[in-house]
Design a binder for this molecule. Sequence first.
Ligand SMILES: *Cc1c(COP(=O)(O)O)cnc(C)c1O
Length: 405
Amino acid sequence: MTNKIKLVSTISDKIYPFERIEEFANNGESLEVKIKGIKNAKIRDGKYLWQRFVDFLPFSTIDESISLGEGNTALIKADKKLLDFVDLNNLYLKNETQNPTWSFKDRGSLACIAMAKEMNEFVTATISTGNMGASIAAYGAKSGIKVIVFVPDYTPKEKIMAMGIHGANVMKIIAPDYSEMKKKVLSIAKKMNLRIVSGNGPIRVEGYKMVSFELFEQFERKVPDYIAVPTSACGHIRGIFKGYRELKETGIITNLPKMIVVQAHNNSPIVSAIKKGKKHVIPFSNFHTIAGAITTGNPMGGDEIIDKVRKYGWLAEDVTEEEIIESQKRLAESGYFVEPASATSLFAIKKLRLAGKIEKDASVVMMLTGSGLKDSEVLKYQKANVQEIKLEKIETAISKILNLS
Ligand SMILES: *Cc1c(COP(=O)(O)O)cnc(C)c1O
């Protein structure tokens, strides 16, 4: 297997072995998996996505027993309310909250656990603002791999409880900033020969790219014009794009989607760099945003995304706290209950459309990355119509709603 598969640094093209424990190149660049001869890859028959697209994956097979049924999430055209809100004719929602632990992270966790099995490792660790920890904890439980999760101290209790119930060892780290904590933990990895899977590791990205294969099937082999992705560690966005790039290498498709990088205005290390025409990430620290799942202030590997925005004509937009809250409400009013980080894309798309950067007829996909139920604290910003009613007043209350009184 190993001489056919390599890791390559994403800006300077340096080669590293597939088994590498550290997830980044020595100079800090992101790494990606390169499989020799992928241009001859074919789509196969098979029950699971990983079976149909096995030629594109670094694993000869994925043991069915480690899966929790990730993927197969709905792709739904937005209703009139949402279409009017963003002023588009063709907006689609890819509902990744339907994954086993309610976020897209499960697709990456499947790949990470498959890798751990392939390498005969019995412990996997991760650094997480919540969703990834919960996801790895669940997949570790399913496959009998011990899990350690490092979380920042602001992680919502719902997410920590989810990790806990699956039996993970959770370490709440008190650190000034998420990026600092991440750097420190990653530096320990090699010393202790512990594979610490982060949000932007090359193997995780192989899992994420499977969603582009799923979209390819759901769009009946057509490619959407734009895909909007709330971006933090950068693994998701580059995974989706890598899948399409590899399909193009085989000639199965001929064009690529343009990605839309979305960040919270209060933490926009990548988007602000792009807007200012800079080549490097502009680090943020000591910020606050309700979009808790996209709080990497200084993403390692962020420069690759800035590079790709220039190279492929991607778009980028940031959104304010008020815009995030409104987006969360608008999505909920159309039936989608997502967490704030997930909601960011809606307003970003609206702003890009208003600025004339997206054509009215373009097909745009927004990735609904994570469920709203896992962060109840932020719901204080949303109104809910809940009333306390005495038994004898029930009839009057109903009458009011039915306009009978
Ligand atoms: C992890 C996460 C993101 C950000 O994805 P990255 O791969 O870190 O860029 C966005 N939304 C939700 C809900 C997440 O859990």
